[in-house]
Ligand binder design. Structure first.
Ligand SMILES: Nc1ncnc2c1ncn2[C@@H]1O[C@H](COP(=O)(O)OP(=O)(O)OP(=O)(O)O)[C@@H](O)[C@H]1O
Length: 855
């Protein structure tokens, strides 16, 4: 911010008073008449971001946006990750007097509420973080719906997964804190991951005392309107109360009022959740595909919701799959009950399409962002409830009846809102006409005054035409000028003496009369009174709705759940999914499993299959167990389907644990507490990490945090470095996972290191699997079948030919391969480590080819 000029006008003094109370990185939009103006650095940056003309006022830069279009510009600034403070006029402007102004809202990516600034299908979190010797402490709040949670964990690795999955729009940390989070040798990977999580997000800094636990507890209690936090199961010393207080403080500052839609505070416990670490979320493309966006992600493949609240619930379920068997079984059973009656299911979904976004509507109504359409949304939703309840009861099954009883009747509101609200509702309260005529006698009376006055005006036009003999005389109205009589130039000589001239225009003159002035006052008065009465009635309706806000919230939760489950039932029918059995055993058995995303893509009409690809998805079986077949080592040619296979197992386990049915013929899974993956290559060059460093970081995270209940998928570990180093690391990792003589985490390990297949002889719980291909002359055909036993070779050159490498290169590669294979040189591995020894060929002694000598 530029320093303040020495001599300030009173208005600029007012500007700087507001400016001084705001954080530096906030754009201040200052209302001047019909415009919001930006000054100084804000004006320079704002004009560039918004494409506005930069002007000057007394030598300092300024640029403005029309007040009526402010919404569009604010949305653009928020989308660019900026914060915006709105300072409005607090009283009508009077000539010669400085108008009072006040801050009305600060908008930031994490605290915005307006529907056009939010993605309806996504949760929208503001998250505060603190990291100290007790561990990582976090609080997150979706101000648009009132969802508010805290969590604390001694280990970053336990808490970061859920935070990453929730993908907060804005973070809050203590001033200068990020630089203080230094990694020590024992938590290096975790602190690195924490920094990675924070970088690339809008991080707002607050003074340390806003994160104080005791103050935080008090702030939270004040906002929730409770005397203690025991009802939420939280001790007053809970270390996440600091971040919770910071979140509430920041939301209050931004709303310029206490958030009115916070009712509960829940504690998130990682021990009750299946953890998907950040790398796994990315590798398995849970929320976004590698290309970015939801298409091609697991979320995209299983989302059949028709309401925004349903889509957001699915996002939350996927971000934190539960470890509680009864809850998983309840969801599965609901899907089964819905699936059993397809016609009823379709009718139910049809009714759900008319359900509006009640949680966000309530959030806006409670936080003073009110317009008639929000009430219309409540009215339309409530109208669906009787048929939804009837449809649910008609299923005649137990879980659905329980869900139906969570949908309340709201008889009073269901009668009141349609009676009070007009059919078509304006987006803006100032437009009026949102209350139905006949609802309120007083409003009807005031409105009739306005319409009587309009009749009076048209009568006036007629009688004045007759009196003056001016046929073209017109009574007109403009916003600036009010009502007037217009006479064209040719008729000016006929104007009577009681006309008072007000304005000359190109075509004639404008006049008023004493009677017209009087009437104008009456009209304005009647319109104002009618609007005021309408607003009063509106507020009474809002109050009636908010009286039911708790019951409405519960009903909305049940509707969102129903939406997700109906979608899953349809998905299960469409793609022939089965109901998995979940239990406390340690097995993972899948018969004819498929990859939920690849399967759908293969059948999509837009996809052209590569050469050698099969037309439909080929199902495969899996049988793992912590104490039996713990590690599956999968070898096979490039392109055969190894990665797809190991990912499909992880995705099926994940789907099973959110309560969804799964793409398989049958499936049994002993609960999984974490899914880890190390897949593919990615750089993190901006943070100074090479591909290999990222790979090793992710592997370290797995080995340090896995438990016997975890599921691990490893794809091509060690490929980022030289063959010897890579093979040795891969080898040691497999041994590490098998080190306990009795049991270990269920693991799928895809590799091109043929040497590793020897490990089967020495590691009793390791099984070799391979993906079969058929050879046809010199060509290969992918059959996508996973079979027991190791692959004999890698067919890389055949695959390269399929990829279109020039034939001369292919022929040369074959010659080189022949030479390499004819030399039988044994690799020497670290003496102490492996019990097994790879049979042959890692290094070679090129023989007679002159060029090969250069190798
Ligand atoms: N079971 C299957 N049924 C049908 N198509 C499949 C199946 N598995 C994989 N595919 C197809 O084969 C392609 C290659 O599979 P994938 O990437 O899993 O091979 P890979 O063995 O891991 O290859 P590489 O070793 O080169 O990484 C996929 O893009 C997919 O379209």
């Amino acid at each position: 911010m530029s320093s303040e000029p020495a001599k300030l006008t009173p208005m600029m003094q007012q500007y700087f008073e507001v400016r001084r109370g705001l954080p530096k990185d906030t754009f201040l939009l200052f209302r001047l008449g019909d415009f919001f103006e930006m000054f100084f650095d804000d004006a320079i940056a704002g004009s560039r971001l918004l494409g506005l003309t930069l002007t000057k006022r007394q030598d300092f830069p300024m640029c403005g946006i029309p007040a009526h279009a402010a919404d569009t510009y604010v949305t653009k600034l928020l989308a660019a990750g900026k914060k915006v403070a709105l300072c409005d006029q607090a009283e009508p402007a009077k000539a010669g007097k400085l108008v009072r102004r006040q801050l009305t809202r600060i908008l930031s990516p994490g605290t915005t509420l307006a529907a056009n600034q939010l993605d309806a299908a996504r949760n929208h979190y503001l998250c505060a973080l603190a990291y100290d010797k007790l561990g990582l402490h976090a609080a997150w709040l979706d101000l648009s719906t009132g969802e508010f949670k805290v969590a604390t964990d001694p280990s970053i690795a336990n808490l970061l997964p859920v935070l990453t999955a929730l993908d907060p729009a804005e973070l809050l940390v203590i001033e200068g804190e990020l630089a203080r989070w230094q990694a020590t040798p024992h938590d290096q990977t975790a602190v690195h991951a924490l920094h990675a999580f924070c970088s690339g997000r809008l991080c707002s800094e607050l003074a340390g005392y806003h994160f104080d636990t005791a103050t935080g507890g008090k702030t939270v209690m004040d906002t929730l309107g409770v005397l203690n936090l025991q009802g939420f199961g939280l001790a007053h010393t809970h270390p996440a109360l600091g971040p919770a207080g910071a979140v509430v403080y920041y939301a209050t500052e931004n709303l310029c009022a206490k958030p009115e839609n916070l009712r509960t505070l829940q504690e998130y416990r990682s021990a009750r959740t299946l953890l998907l670490d950040p790398a796994t979320l990315r590798n398995l493309e849970i929320f976004a595909s590698a290309r970015g966006g939801r298409e091609g992600s697991l979320f995209g493949a299983i989302n059949r919701t028709v309401t925004p609240a349903g889509a957001r619930l699915l996002e939350r379920w996927l971000a934190a799959p539960t470890l509680e068997l009864p809850e998983i079984i309840r969801r599965q059973t609901l899907v089964a009950e819905l699936l059993a009656q397809p016609m009823r299911l379709l009718a139910l979904r049809e009714s759900l399409t008319n359900v509006r976004d009640i949680p966000r509507i309530l959030g806006r109504l409670q936080n003073r962002l009110r317009n008639p359409r929000e009430l219309g949304g409540v009215r339309d939703t409530l109208a669906q409830l009787p048929s939804l309840r009837a449809e649910l009861t008609a299923f005649g099954s137990s879980q659905l009846s329980a869900l139906s009883s969570q949908l309340q009747e709201f008889a009073h509101l269901r009668e009141l809102l349609p009676r009070a609200l007009a059919d078509e509702l304006p987006a803006d309260l100032a437009d009026g006409n949102y209350i139905r005529s006949g609802y309120d006698a007083e409003l009807d009376r005031l409105r009739s005054l306005t319409s009587d006055n309009k009749t009076w005006l048209s009568d006036l036009e007629r009688t004045e035409q007759e009196r003056t003999g001016i046929r073209s005389l017109k009574v007109r109205f403009t916003n600036n000028f009010g009502y007037y009589i217009e006479v064209t130039k040719a008729n000016l000589h006929l104007v009577p003496s009681d006309y008072i001239r007000r304005q000359t225009t190109v075509g004639g003159e404008r006049y008023v009369t004493e009677a017209l002035r009087q009437k104008e006052k009456e009209i304005f008065h009647a319109e104002e009174n009618a609007l005021a009465r309408e607003f009063e009635l509106f507020n009474a309706l809002v109050a009636a709705v908010l009286d039911e806000s708790i019951a409405l919230t519960h009903t909305a939760e049940a509707l969102a759940e129903l939406d997700v489950l109906c979608g899953w039932a349809l998905l299960a029918r469409e793609w022939d999914y089965c109901q998995p059995v979940l239990d406390d055993s340690d097995v993972l058995e899948i018969s004819e499993g498929r990859h939920p995303v690849v399967e759908q893509m293969l059948r999509s009409p837009d996809v052209t299959l590569p050469r050698g690809a099969s037309a439909g998805f080929v199902p495969n079986d899996t049988a793992l167990g912590c104490s039996e077949a713990q590690i599956a080592l999968i070898t096979g040619p490039n392109m055969a389907g190894k990665s797809t296979y190991i990912r499909q197992v992880a995705l099926i386990a994940l789907l099973a644990q959110i309560g969804c049915w799964v793409p398989a013929k049958s499936c049994r899974i002993g609960l999984v507490d974490r899914i880890f993956s190390r897949v593919g290559a990615s750089d993190d060059l901006a943070r100074g990490n090479s591909t290999f460093m990222v790979e090793m970081n992710e592997t370290a995270n797995i080995l340090n945090n896995t438990t016997d209940r975890s599921l691990i998928i490893l794809d091509e570990i060690g490929r980022g470095t030289s063959t010897y180093d890579g093979l040795s690391i891969a080898w040691a990792v497999v041994e590490h996972l098998h080190r306990d003589p009795a049991k270990g985490p269920r693991t799928l390990f895809a590799t091109h290191y043929q040497e590793l297949t020897q490990l089967e002889k020495h590691l009793t719980r390791l099984r070799n699997l391979s993906v079969a291909v058929k050879e046809w002359n010199d060509d290969i055909v992918f059959v996508r079948r996973v079979i027991p036993g190791a692959a004999d070779r890698s067919y890389g050159i055949q695959v390269a030919r399929l990829a279109g490498l020039p034939l001369s290169v292919i022929d040369r590669a074959k010659t080189i391969l022949g030479k390499l294979e004819s030399d039988d040189t044994t690799v020497s591995l670290p003496a102490a480590a492996p019990q097994a020894r790879p049979k042959k060929k890692i290094t070679v002694q090129p023989a007679d080819d002159a060029q090969l000598k250069l190798l």
